[in-house]
Design a protein around this ligand. Structure first.
Ligand code: AP5
Ligand code: MG
Length: 193
């Protein structure tokens, strides 16, 4: 099985390009953010715990997302692998993912990292707020906290995966969505080779 990590700051285009990558390589796309929003919408206990943290732009506890990921690995069949979008995003999660996969005799295949600067994060999220109505897109303060959380807790993963020889980066700008998608797919093709 292949285990790809789709990495990048908020608004980089992870969700925007995940479908094309997962279709092309028969991967199951798993966005921990989308799974958490589904729990909130369904009013589950987990959703109730996550709601305030997400609305503030903070991360939910590592155990919560790790549980969701493990149960996906246990139950989802019929794919050549997984495309993990928004997981891991702390060093603790990255180390735990290595353990979870190690127990299965598997390992992270590669990290597909889409990079954009902070001012573009704000611009794209402001635009998406009007379209999707995500609670964590609604306020400047939340977006600022998401950006700060990314730099403080998630950016260190770049060094972690570079060290492991698994880090591959592509610019998520300039250009429209189609141009960016083509650039991302070309980069992923390079990883396959
Ligand atoms: P999550 O849903 O993952 O949110 P995020 O990390 O903030 O990432 P986004 O979904 O905003 O970024 P994206 O790259 O997918 O952007 P998109 O493609 O939509 O997580 C939400 C929350 O859940 C977290 O804050 C946290 O609380 C919690 N959580 C999730 N995972 C967790 C974990 N592992 N541990 C702990 N907590 C966790 O693009 C953005 C917009 O830009 C779109 O409107 C798109 O149309 C547009 N766009 C894209 N490319 C272009 C382009 N080239 N030109 C113009 N517009 C473009
Ligand atoms: Mg997303």
């Amino acid at each position: 099985m292949k285990y790809y990590i789709l990495f990048g700051p908020p608004g980089a285009g992870k969700g925007t390009h995940a479908g094309a990558i997962s279709e092309k390589y028969n991967l199951k796309h798993i966005s921990t953010g989308e799974l958490l929003r589904a729990e909130i919408a369904a009013g589950t206990e987990l959703g109730k715990q996550a709601q305030a943290l997400i609305a503030a732009g903070s991360l939910v506890p590592d155990e919560v997302v790790e549980g969701m990921i493990e149960s996906a690995f246990d139950t989802i069949k019929g794919y050549d692998g997984f495309l993990l979008d928004g997981f891991p995003r702390t060093l603790g999660q990255a180390r735990d993912l290595d353990k979870i996969l190690g127990k299965r005799g598997e390992a992270v295949t590669a990290v597909i990292s889409i990079m954009i600067p902070d001012d573009l994060i704000r611009e794209r999220i402001a635009h998406r707020a009007a379209i999707e109505g995500r609670a964590d897109d609604a306020s400047e303060a939340t977006i600022t906290n998401r950006i700060n959380t990314y730099h403080a807790q998630t950016e260190p993963l770049i060094a972690y995966y570079k060290e492991a020889g698994k880090y591959h980066e592509v610019a998520g700008y300039p250009g429209n969505i189609e141009e960016n998608r083509a650039r991302v797919l070309k980069m992923v093709e390079g990883i396959q080779a």
